[in-house]
Design a binder for this molecule. Structure first.
Ligand code: ZN
Length: 256
């Protein structure tokens, strides 16, 4: 049986909360397509202006689509997520938000750049093209601690890590803290440098997929995959918390 599912963009939530009912329950090996809302939670659109940036309601930023319950996942397991593909891209935004990001002191006024992402690059200014390397800025699972925990900081559940290398072909290993893992993903970026210096990347709504395979080995590793596999593509692995000896948060731990 082809085990494929779609989660629509209205099935998003704010904060990591183990009490949230899953929007989907899947067997390991299922393919799930996630429609991801942009990091403004739909507050910005292609015709938005800098004035709209100043009015952003931070209670509605950084939604994640999910959560997905993975049958058989238990605390202590490792959830493997393979990032495979994204699309379609149409538009995105980058903003300087007053009081937010490392440039806040130097640029107190709101600024907004709207990107046309219909080609394989975004034009920052005439002649300056940014190649698109889409990835999810926020990808993670529910925390063991009850209550609603902000999505803004990255944590032991992954979350808002903004690791630009989590693009097509990479694999992410997340520790499982609750039954079913309760996986969610959001904050998709069309491209980003090594950090979100102004507080935002090229924030862009898009769709991605996740496929899960059977648990394997005594560690009961669960495998998932986002998008369509591009064979032969290898990128480094990164870890959010636990990994091989010497690997710290966000550090490269392997791959090639
Ligand atoms: Zn973002």
């Amino acid at each position: 049986m082809a085990d494929k599912h779609t989660i629509h963009r209205d099935h998003h939530h704010f904060g990591w909360d183990r009490s949230l009912p899953p929007v989907l329950e899947v067997e390991p090996g299922a393919t799930v397509e996630f429609e991801v809302v942009d990091a403004s939670g739909g507050q910005l659109n292609p015709s938005s202006t800098a004035e709209d940036v100043a009015r952003i309601d931070f209670a509605r930023v950084n939604p994640v689509t999910g959560p997905v319950y993975i049958k058989g996942a238990r605390p202590g397991d490792v959830l493997e997520v393979e990032i495979l593909d994204f699309g379609p891209l149409s538009w995105g935004w980058t903003a300087s938000i007053p009081g937010f990001g490392l440039l806040a002191d130097e640029f107190p006024q709101p600024y907004l750049k709207i990107w046309d992402l219909k080609k394989d690059y975004g034009e920052f200014a005439p002649g300056i093209r940014i190649p698109l390397r889409p990835f999810p800025g926020t990808i993670g699972v529910a925390l063991a601690e009850p209550g609603n925990h902000s999505i803004v900081p990255p944590r032991q559940n992954g979350g808002n890590m903004d690791i630009r290398h989590l693009t097509r072909g990479s694999r992410l290993y997340l520790p499982v803290w609750v039954e079913g893992a309760l996986f969610s993903v959001g904050d998709t970026h069309a491209a980003q440098g090594d950090g979100e210096v102004c507080g935002t990347a090229i924030e862009a709504p898009m769709t991605e997929r996740l496929r899960r395979r059977r648990p394997r080995g005594s560690a009961r590793i669960l495998t998932g995959a986002v998008g369509r596999l591009k064979a032969g593509l290898h990128v480094p692995y990164y870890t959010s918390l636990k990994g091989p000896p010497g690997a710290g948060p966000g550090q490269r731990v392997g791959g090639g």
